[in-house]
Design a protein around this ligand. Sequence first.
Ligand SMILES: Nc1ncnc2c1ncn2[C@@H]1O[C@H](COP(=O)(O)OP(=O)(O)OP(=O)(O)O)[C@@H](O)[C@H]1O
Length: 199
Amino acid sequence: MVPPVTQPKGQANVIASVTAIKVASLTTQLAVANEFTLNDRQKLAFMIITGHLDGDSRFRIGISHNFIYAILILLVTDNDDNQLLMCVPGCGGTGKSQLIRAITKYFEVTKRLKMLRKLAPTSIAAAEIDGLTIHSFLGESHKVPKKQRSRTFKPGDMKLETQWRHVKYLIIDEMSMCVLVQSMTHSVHNRVTLTLIYA
Ligand SMILES: Nc1ncnc2c1ncn2[C@@H]1O[C@H](COP(=O)(O)OP(=O)(O)OP(=O)(O)O)[C@@H](O)[C@H]1O
């Protein structure tokens, strides 16, 4: 007869709670994906981001994933810093905004909305995803005279630091319209998860 495996004191509880968290997370992920009737490709992108948010180990092992589809292409890399860089291209109407709405809902129901920022180059595109324009998020305003506009942000800029303090996930929509791609990706290097939505 095989003797029963004895768990070191407390370990069984730890394993049980980790399993419980994973099941709860998957249940919530699927509930949100169903609520937004995500198709397979949207669901894949959704699971990658929410899985990363929930510390799914599959997104921590430094593997590059390349998924190539007819309509939607995802390029995902997860470097040593566990930073997820992801690109979701697709022509108009393929459901990129719907994906963003589902992602937002997941952050909301898991009470982590503060960790998410959604930006777009134009106010119309920003309104579509309930986000901000890149310029207003960076403090650029047309009301401020050109000469007084600051183009660099120094350490100690409290307003900007407060805005960024909790941000861990940044989604930028309509990146094809954006000339700031390089500087944006450079400035968030290693700091936040970046999802670029191309249309
Ligand atoms: N999985 C889905 N279930 C139900 N409706 C969807 C789904 N995906 C997209 N839609 C609907 O299809 C329409 C187009 O989708 P959406 O606006 O997300 O596309 P898009 O790729 O963001 O387009 P654009 O690049 O022009 O902004 C919208 O009315 C949206 O609500």
